[in-house]
Design a protein around this ligand. Structure first.
Ligand code: COA
Length: 373
């Protein structure tokens, strides 16, 4: 059996960012306008007035200070409060494929890999721009890869599920080089008019090149083991789908966007993920206390603090459990990969770490890796 490794990663970061201050000013302008327009109903007790959002709350509750987005102006405009990305003709590269290709090209260049040496492309993300043809096939075509591609969606865990799928192809001999691409335009599924969650997400694209060890470049990461888990929960949900063609603007569109019971998610996911990491480490013969670095899913700084503490047995330093939440916010499946991409080059040969995702489903994935010489 061939051993799968991570040969390289790539990252596309949208140039535009929104600070908490800008976000809160936009939300509060919307809330003030909402309250003024419904003044009589609010006075009569028929409608609940909207409370203002606050920069202090957002940073304290989540650790998020800013986020990157594909269309800042439309997100911040209190009239629209969602990205307005113009539709493109069928013969133009679609926007999800475009940012996926940017991240993938970086990963290929970092590995010194020509597209024709790649066998497969998995587009693993929490939202696809369309039903078909698959985003992965468009990315494959744009890169000039001769092989196959398909899309997979496991919400925030899409990238780690993609890594295990790629690793399994390599272990089974069905492929030697697989690109796992995660373009996450989360601004499109976020309800920017919902005070409880309007600060959560940001846009990005990542790529991970998973390959057979015998063709990998020096300094790659050996994949020691992968483990996936899902447990059904409605606490993070999005009812958007091809069977509900609700007219835009009608009153029942809110559940066709991201909704969550954030407190329940926090309470239920932290112990589930910590136990899964410790069990899997033991199965692989790794003492979790000796892990050099954790690249955790980036949803909430408090969740990561608790998970890291349970795994490492002490409060993690920023070096042991780096965060990208402050500048990227939650980028769904891309979060742990951004953390790995930005905070792994300083590790030495023999260092062992963990890429770990968790989110809607519930779903969770662990990828234990060790830096090769
Ligand atoms: N500005 C100011 N206050 C706000 C606010 C905002 N934007 N949003 C909520 N509040 C208020 C609430 O109204 C509530 O007030 P009350 O105590 O007077 O009722 C208070 O702040 C606490 O709200 P709550 O939603 O319970 O906050 P929290 O501490 O649980 O933090 C999350 C919210 C979402 C950040 C946190 O629960 C979380 O991160 N959960 C996990 C989410 C996750 O990982 N999801 C996965 C997505 S892929």
């Amino acid at each position: 059996m061939t051993n799968p490794v991570i040969s390289a990663t790539g990252l596309f970061t949208p140039p535009e960012t929104i600070s908490n201050e800008e976000l809160v000013a936009s939300y509060n302008a919307y809330a003030e306008r909402f309250n003024a327009e419904r003044h009589a109903e609010i006075e009569a007790g028929e409608t609940q007035a909207l409370e203002p959002s606050s920069v202090e709350f957002i940073e304290k509750a989540s650790g998020i200070k800013a986020r990157h987005v594909m269309d800042k102006a439309s997100v911040l405009d209190p009239e629209t409060m969602c990205p307005r990305i113009p539709e493109r003709a069928n013969d133009e590269l679609s926007i999800m494929a475009e940012i996926g290709v940017a991240a993938a090209t970086q990963a290929l260049e970092a590995a010194g890999r020509a597209p024709l040496e790649v066998d497969a492309v998995l587009c693993a993300a929490s939202n696809m721009q369309r039903a078909y043809p698959a985003m992965a096939i468009e990315i494959q075509h744009a890169l000039g890869i001769d092989g196959f591609g398909f899309d997979m969606n496991v919400a925030c865990s899409s990238a780690t599920f993609g890594i295990q799928t790629a690793a399994d192809y390599i272990r089974a001999g069905n492929a030697r080089s697989v690109l796992v691409v995660s373009p996450e335009i989360t601004s499109g599924h976020l309800n920017w008019r919902d005070r409880d969650s309007h600060f959560i997400f940001g846009d990005v694209a990542t790529a991970v090149l998973v390959e057979s060890s015998d063709m990998a470049p020096a300094g790659h990461w050996d994949i020691l083991g992968t483990k996936l888990k899902t447990v059904y929960s409605n606490n993070i949900r999005n009812n958007f789908g091809f069977l509900n063609r609700t007219a835009p603007g009608s009153s029942d569109t809110a559940d066709k966007l991201f909704v969550q019971e954030g407190r329940k998610v926090f309470k239920e996911v932290v112990p589930m993920v910590a136990a899964m990491i410790v069990e899997e480490a033991e199965r692989l013969g790794i003492d979790p206390h000796t892990l050099r670095r954790l690249w955790l899913h980036q949803a909430n700084a408090g969740m990561n603090r608790l998970i890291a503490q349970k795994v490492l047995g002490h409060e993690a330093t920023a070096d042991e459990s780096p965060t990208v939440l402050d500048t990227y916010a939650n980028t769904s499946s891309a979060g742990s990969i951004i953390a790995f991409h930005k905070h792994s080059s300083d590790l030495a040969a023999g260092d062992t770490g963990l890429i770990c995702s968790f989110g809607a489903g519930y779903s969770a994935g662990t990828v234990f890796v060790r830096k090769a010489a």
